[in-house]
Design a protein around this ligand. Structure first.
Ligand code: GLN
Length: 502
């Protein structure tokens, strides 16, 4: 009998809820794959890939975990799906997420919450792992993180607007890459906040994530924000010529310089995260890496700026769901004036969007009104620039996507930054109708991931060993991750450093 990757998915999904749709191959093809002799093996042959449910697929629904799109199937595949299919990948299904990507715990979903599969991981030392409390997988790409963590597939496609790949990857103990803004096509990806949205990858190893990244790192004429071949080549040339990891062994080897931003070790950081990250940095130092304390002073303003900008862009993007062209159409109650399309709009939007999404639309619409624009939207844009400047002042290389001057290399600059991905381990899964963390705290979970999003930089979550030694309270050992952040276009350097840290 042939191995069927779907059976593991069906079996585990009952408890994890990572998949919202499982794609069974047509019966005529079943079992055939193993016998096919392709003259040239495709790069992702035998690789199982699942796709976040806000990325369009023509053979499966794309719901964005929203009642608004519950019955929606796209007429076309997103470019990223097409590229992976062409590379031979076996697309096994769609993964759960927060509605339209809005959330940090994957609890805002019409498909129900994702349960962190680490709970039942046999690798956990504790003998009582069966009785452990349920924890969230993180969001918004919780299904994608849980699917790889539970070994339901090899690689998942996800999106990251303010941390939606890195946070769940950290909570579930997997690798998660948010690439540089503009490298991977967003054609066919449902927009949340266009100036921040990135498609990225999750996997159990950097090696796996990189295989898919290499396929997806190509210009796409269908996406106006996709950067040119020329700009991609400039970035790799700069890296090839001046990265310490790329120097031939004959020349005098400059040390890899890793910056540690002091502002990311704030009060909110839990002791076990603090200890584990310091230990990981020490291990790198022992390998000959130079650890350099750096300062990114605008960090504390980034979270507020992010939520103003992301909500503003979302309020504009979500205006398209009006019940007219596609998605849900709610019938106004008897007696309403049906000649007024506004009645259809408001009923559809009230029924179709969940609470969190409606909250964002209200906030975003407000910050774009004439009265509030200067105080909110414009201020947030200024903070965004300060955050970008902070990063540019510490890296060895300039930001090639935004800077117009000839690139200069400063050898005092750092190659990458390393900081904790999250301030804590996965929060408890809230029981029905209740929040496990105070509602404002939910937003605080993103505090360490949003700066790289505002600046459009590549950032990679890598799990690190958990340091529980002298603290029996923390003996549960839920996963902890570090983020490796690079200058724009330094995605491969970020992954190279990740392999050293892995
Ligand atoms: N938690 C953040 C938000 O709700 C990030 C979401 C994301 O990256 N898609 O906006």
């Amino acid at each position: 009998s042939t191995f069927n990757p779907r059976s593991a998915i069906y079996e585990k999904n009952a408890s994890v809820n990572a998949f919202v749709h499982i794609h069974d191959p047509p019966p005529s093809l079943e079992g055939q794959a193993l016998e096919t002799t392709t003259p040239i093996a495709k790069p992702l042959q035998w690789t199982t890939v699942a796709v976040k449910d806000n990325i369009c697929t023509s053979d499966m629904p794309t719901t964005c975990s929203s009642a608004m799109l519950e019955n929606f199937t796209s007429p076309f595949d997103a470019t990223v799906v097409k590229l992976l299919k062409n590379a031979g990948a076996d697309i096994v299904g769609k993964t759960n997420c927060d509605e339209f990507g809005m959330g940090s715990m994957n609890t805002h979903s019409i498909h129900g919450p994702v349960v962190n599969p680490f709970q039942t991981s046999p690798s956990v030392k504790s003998t009582s792992w069966r009785n452990r409390e349920k924890r969230v997988a993180g969001g918004s790409s919780g299904g994608s993180a849980a699917a790889v963590a539970a070994d339901m597939c090899d690689i998942t496609l996800a999106t990251d607007t303010g941390g939606s790949i890195r946070l769940p990857a950290s909570y579930c103990g997997v690798v998660g890459l948010k690439p540089s803004y503009g490298l991977i096509s967003r054609y066919g990806v449902v927009s949340y906040a266009d100036s921040l949205d990135c498609v990225g990858l999750m996997a159990r190893s950097i090696f796996q994530a990189r295989r898919a990244f290499d396929i997806l790192d190509v210009p796409d004429p269908e996406d106006p924000t996709s950067v040119s071949k020329h700009m991609r080549e400039s970035a790799s040339r700069l890296l090839r010529d001046s990265s310490p990891l790329n120097q031939s062994s004959t020349s005098e080897q400059p040390k890899l310089r890793v910056g540690v931003p002091q502002e990311y070790f704030a009060q909110e950081l839990s002791p076990v995260v603090q200890k584990s990250v310091r230990k990981a940095l020490k291990a790198l130092q022992n390998l000959g890496v130079q650890i350099v304390p750096v300062s990114l002073p605008s960090t504390s303003y980034a979270l507020s700026a992010y939520y103003v900008l992301a909500s503003a862009e979302a309020s504009s993007n979500l205006a398209r769901y009006d019940g007219i062209e596609y998605g849900l159409r709610a019938t106004p109650p008897p007696g309403s004036d049906l000649t007024k399309t506004s009645n259809v709009y408001s009923h559809t939007r009230t029924q179709g969007f969940g609470d969190e999404v409606r909250k964002r639309i209200l906030l975003g619409t407000y910050s774009l009104t004439a009265d509030a624009f200067d105080n909110y939207f414009l201020q947030a844009q200024k903070v965004r620039q300060l955050v970008r400047n902070d990063f540019d002042s510490v890296f060895r290389w300039p930001n090639l996507r935004v800077s117009t001057c000839k690139p200069t290399v400063s050898m005092e600059g750092v190659d990458v930054l390393i900081h904790p991905s999250a301030i804590r381990t996965a929060p408890r899964l809230p029981s029905m109708g209740q929040n496990s963390v105070e509602s404002l705290d939910t937003y605080l979970q993103d505090v360490l991931t949003v700066p790289a999003s505002l600046a459009g930089l590549p950032a990679l979550n890598v799990p690190v060993p958990v340091e529980t030694e002298d603290d029996p309270d923390e003996a549960e050992e839920w996963p902890i991750g570090i983020s490796i952040v690079g200058q724009w276009g330094c995605d491969r350097l970020v992954m190279d450093v990740g392999i050293i840290a892995e």
